[in-house]
Design a protein around this ligand. Structure first.
Ligand code: ADP
Ligand code: ZN
Ligand code: ZN
Length: 733
């Protein structure tokens, strides 16, 4: 027997399958991790195929042994590897790495076993007690304790009763010990309440619709607070009854504890959690529980789509529109495409849920590729919060130079006085800044792309990220002549300081990248806020999503424009999503909520549609713009990005790729447009020079053209440079 092995080495630029002989003594199946010798190294690999003979005949090296006592990669995942390699141009070895916990490679993590003790099963308690001297109090207490439990860790017994007592009892044969597997359980303290609820009529319809078509693909468009999680859980329950399993994805690690709590409340220990924030041991144990079919539900962030779970009956992606579902660093992939692939493979139902579905997804629903299920009402007929838009230019004219508007401060005061809580949101995403006039709100835009221009500090130029255009930085607003045009912004830290000065009695919490380091960083802040230990939570987009705090009645959105002008064709869509999501945190219980949104461009249509909760209206307007300006879903944007030590190397590479791409363009004149080569928006990063080739491709020939472009991109790559091949990148810095 011959095994086809993908060797786990990162240095090799080749992505090949190597043949190894399978010794008769080692039973090997596809998906096993094995030890092999490769060159002069001994390394790990994964068996992706078995065959009778090899063209290398008897010159084959043998497999040295198995790395695990189980088969780590399911047959499904071997096929998924092929799909990923083809669809996202990934190396197969890199795909396989997605499927197993990182520390498992090289044997850096293993199952944890500890010694447990219990009463000897064949002995009588009274008899043993009788045989002990009356002065042996520790031994007596230990025996009594064990009589009340099934077993106990020896470490705990030693600590409580002393090692000597334990040793004496063990030697007498009264107590027996054995090795037991310890499951390192993430957020072990979290267990939810399992109040069964009656579904609202809209939830009922949603559940019935989804369950009516097993294997169907659905978009669940439900407003914030419509109770989507309840719909997911009810669907999962039915799927489990049919003997199948479920994958439930949430966009952020910070949302997993909350989801986990609800799921544990409903499904107990039948849920495993997978995400990159777990400790190596926890991740390994959860992963093993899944592989060994000890659980039927996997909850997690995007990497959980690679969970080794078989017989999947339903895959749910909550907050489907969220950009965290795209992996933006190597290996680059889109979670949704993988979910779709796994759903097809398993004949499973796919549910994409959101209050603000991505335009691409909604477009596909309009075309009939997904069935649309709507929930337009909040649970218990609660109202969506009323949204007030504050014109910050007006504030400035009235002499208020602060980042906090008067209506916002009024709202905060009212909220705190009534004993409710508030959330203040400030989006600091991205460091490339747009230029805005503080007097009239005018934003500088590219004349040919209708996206805002980005200020490049090093060259002091305004540039368009999609075409070649660049513009001098004006000293005054081209529209109104004012000189108060600016780009820098205050961050969350400053806002907290300002608020504290204004509301000395209030307790404040801040949640952003700086305050959430460590595994439980998110959880401790959210728990504290949930327990009303603070009155105001100030945060970045981390606080935007999903959280369900009943006592929050006021939400302030500072600088709502920030996401509007990040020089990206998604900008308007992102802003709509963000505003809707953040606003959705208010008024989720009895007291109605209120939102104050601050903007320098209050008349922008995105705020009109967001404040009236008119997703459909927004969709129609925006999809029209996308079509006219040739953006996704009507075109795919492809970027080939190069990082090099010298400007020359980067430039030469881009020159070659560009001319090769032009040749391809000649073959597909109608499918490739706006082909350009240029410096990247951030032209130097980590001391690397960055250049890029950017183009757009029609969906008709997208796969074959991308394959050709990828080939070209690799052809000119040298060992000294890094090349990134991006399809519809989430941002183009
Ligand atoms: P969404 O994800 O759509 O924003 P959630 O799933 O977080 O909404 O639900 C909002 C709140 O309503 C939660 O506190 C949830 O427990 C509660 N809820 C959901 N469905 C019901 C129901 N049928 N009856 C009562 N409360 C419900
Ligand atoms: Zn102006
Ligand atoms: Zn442009």
């Amino acid at each position: 027997m011959v095994a086809e092995v993908i060797v786990d080495i990162s240095t090799a630029d080749v992505d090949r399958i190597f043949d190894y002989a399978v010794p008769e003594t080692i039973p090997i199946v596809v998906g096993d991790r094995v030890f092999v010798s490769f060159g002069r190294q001994r390394t790990e690999g994964i068996v992706v195929g078995l065959k009778e003979t090899s063209e290398w005949g008897d010159k084959l090296k043998p497999i040295d042994g198995k790395a695990d006592s189980f088969t780590a990669v399911l047959p499904e995942m071997v096929e998924l590897m092929n799909f990923l390699a083809k669809r996202f141009f990934l190396r197969k070895a890199d795909c396989l790495r997605l499927f197993v916990p990182a520390q498992m490679r090289g044997g850096k993590v293993r199952e944890l076993e500890r010694t447990a003790a219990s009463l000897a099963p064949d002995r009588d308690l009274d008899e043993m007690m009788g045989a002990l001297r009356s002065t042996a109090t520790a031994q007596r207490a230990l025996l009594a304790h064990l009589a009340g439990v099934e077993w106990e860790w020896t470490s705990a017994l030693s600590e409580q009763f002393g090692y000597a007592a334990l040793k004496a009892l063990t030697e007498k044969g009264y107590v027996v010990t054995q090795s037991k597997r310890v499951i390192r359980k993430p957020y072990g303290a979290l267990s939810g309440k399992a109040d069964a609820v009656d579904l609202t009529p809209q939830q009922r319809v949603a559940v019935d619709t989804i369950l009516a078509h097993p294997g169907g693909k659905f978009v669940l468009h439900g407003v914030t607070g419509s109770g989507k999680t309840e719909v997911y859980m009810t669907c999962i329950e039915e799927v489990l009854k049919a003997g199948k399993t479920a994958i439930m994805l949430v966009p952020e690690i910070s949302l997993t504890p909350q989801t986990m709590q609800r799921f544990r409340g409903r499904f107990g220990d039948n849920v495993a959690l997978l995400h990159s924030g777990l400790s190596a041991g926890e991740r390994y144990d959860e992963w093993l529980r899944i592989l060994r079919k000890e659980v039927s539900i996997v909850v997690g962030a995007r990497s959980a789509i690679f969970a080794p779970i078989a017989d999947v009956g339903i895959i749910i992606i909550d907050e489907e529109h969220d950009s965290s579902y795209s992996s933006e660093s190597n290996p680059r992939y889109e979670t949704e495409a993988i979910a779709e692939w796994r759903a097809d493979y398993n004949g499973a139902t796919l549910v994409l849920g959101s209050a603000t579905p991505s335009l691409e997804t909604y477009y596909r629903a309009q075309k009939g590729e997904f069935e649309l299920v709507k929930m337009t009402k909040r649970v218990a007929e609660r109202q969506l919060p009323e949204m007030q838009i504050v014109d910050m230019c007006e504030e400035l004219r009235a002499g208020n130079k602060s980042i906090l508007s008067r209506p916002l401060l009024d709202g905060l005061k009212e909220t705190l006085d009534s004993g409710h809580q508030a959330m203040i949101f400030l989006n600091r995403r991205g460091y490339s800044s747009f230029m805005i006039c503080r007097k009239c709100g005018h934003v500088l835009k590219c004349t040919s792309c209708d996206v805002s221009l980005t200020w490049h500090r090093s060259e002091n130029l305004l540039k368009c990220h999609y075409c070649r255009n660049q513009y001098a930085v004006p000293t005054a607003c081209p529209k109104c002549g004012s000189e108060s045009i600016r780009y820098g912004r205050d961050g969350t830290e400053k806002v907290v300081a300002d608020l504290q000065a204004l509301f000395p009695q209030a307790k404040l919490l801040r949640m952003d990248n700086d305050t959430t380091r460590g595994k439980t960083g998110h959880l401790s802040i959210l728990t504290a806020f949930g327990n009303k230990e603070a009155d105001i939570l100030v945060g970045t987009q981390m606080i935007a999503k999903g959280h369900d705090f009943g006592n929050v009645t006021f939400v302030g959105i500072l600088d709502a424009d920030m996401s509007l002008y990040i020089g990206d064709y998604h900008s308007v869509e992102r802003t709509f999503q963000l505003v809707t999501q953040v606003a959705g945190r208010a008024g989720r219980a009895e007291t109605p909520g209120r939102v104050v949104l601050q903007s320098y461009s209050p008349k922008h249509y995105v705020f009109y549609f967001a404040s009236t909760y008119d997703y459909e209206g927004f969709y129609r307007k925006e999809i029209n713009t996308r079509e006219v300006t040739e953006f996704p879903p009507f075109r795919k944007i492809v970027r080939i990005l190069v990082h090099a030590d010298t400007e020359d190397e980067a430039f030469n590479y881009v020159k070659k790729v560009l001319s090769a791409a032009r040749k391809i363009q000649n073959e597909y004149p109608r499918d490739i447009s706006r082909l350009t080569g240029m410096r990247s928006p951030i032209s130097r990063m980590d001391n690397k020079f960055r250049f890029q080739v950017v183009l757009r491709v029609t969906p008709e020939h997208d796969q074959e053209i991308c394959a050709r472009l990828f080939e070209v991109a690799m052809q000119y790559k040298t060992p000294r440079i890094s090349v990134f091949f991006e399809q519809n990148p989430q941002n183009m810095v």
